[in-house]
Design a protein around this ligand. Sequence first.
Ligand SMILES: Nc1nc2c(ncn2[C@@H]2O[C@H](COP(=O)(O)OP(=O)(O)OP(=O)(O)O)[C@@H](O)[C@H]2O)c(=O)[nH]1
Length: 387
Amino acid sequence: MEWVYLVIGIAVLAIAAVAGLVTTRGRRTLPPADRSDTLAPPTERTAPPPEVEVDGGPEAPVLETPVETPVETAPTPTVERPEDTRSRLVRLRARLAGSQGGFGRGLLRLLSRERLDEDTWESIEDVLLTADIGVAPTQQIVENLRTRLRVDGTEAGDPRSVLRDELLAVVDPDMDRRLQVSGEDGVPGVVLVVGVNGSGKTTTVGKISRILVAEDRTVTLGAADTFRAAAVDQLATWGERVGVEVVRGKEGTDPASVAFEAVKHGIEAGVDTVIVDTAGRLQNKQGLMDELGKVKRVIEKQARVTEVLLVIDATTGQNGLVQARVFRDVVDVTGIVLTKLDGSAKGGIVVAVQRELGVPVKLVGLGEGPDDLAPFDAGAFVDALLG
Ligand SMILES: Nc1nc2c(ncn2[C@@H]2O[C@H](COP(=O)(O)OP(=O)(O)OP(=O)(O)O)[C@@H](O)[C@H]2O)c(=O)[nH]1
């Protein structure tokens, strides 16, 4: 009988030992080296200069949370394929039309009245001014419409096509809206992105990199908005998603040194384009001029700045125009990016800001999605306004 108890005892001990092993294995965490391997950047990195690092380099943060899954099934970062540029404005057209509060369609309704009396012309003028088109273009449009659409309406041309012509004329389909992203003699093109904080600069830099990647171009990003640490992290995430390297500085680093290193790294890596995000605080004009002037000067020691994009939040209306004037005075703006057009009923700002600066709107932001930035096309824009 005793041997029976002995056998049961041994069996219980064996089961307990096996259960213990399994539990321990289930909780096993990976050593730090293994964990950082799973975050390895998709492309080769170079050694960072002091104060400035290429994201994913030796000082890249190590994942702190315990990893519960075995090494072989740990997720590796997947590089996204951004949306093709051509399909974007088509996809976003409904969003643009919907957000304009019927500005174009409202005009069309008024122009389709049987009699175009003075009250109607006044209402037309109000609609145009409320959409932020500006006084002079409003007068130009109304005058031309009056001439082309007979006041009594009996021999009027087709109001839709006449209005389309007039809106298109003020948006100006002849402006060269191509982004200058290519350099010469094997040196990358450099795109400098400026604008007030909150206008959507960092987001726009990320989105432009996706447009370029979709066109099979190689890109380096420079996170020179060292004023706000979160902006640097934000840009690093944008880069990671499409396999683009991000050169970053520690918080408070001189933005010009980050811009310099980004361009240097871009030249060494042989990329097509370097895009530099800036802080551009509007604390005072002199400070802004000093900062952006220095950033541009140090970049141009190595490569030409081929494009200076001013990012303007379309929802800020007249304020956006005031900002535009300040930036125009401190740096040679070559193109405008109008963001948040999806949340603004004031699409007329496109016309006003182009007139103010004499440079074209090249890109429009139409949402918070990663591919919600589209090259601006005058015809497609007017068509969207008219619904
Ligand atoms: N709806 C909408 N939101 C946008 C668009 N572009 C940017 N945003 C949002 O605007 C907010 C500010 O964008 P950021 O890119 O951080 O702005 P920033 O100019 O870099 O700001 P700072 O880093 O503080 O200088 C974010 O929540 C973006 O998602 C757009 O086209 N449409």
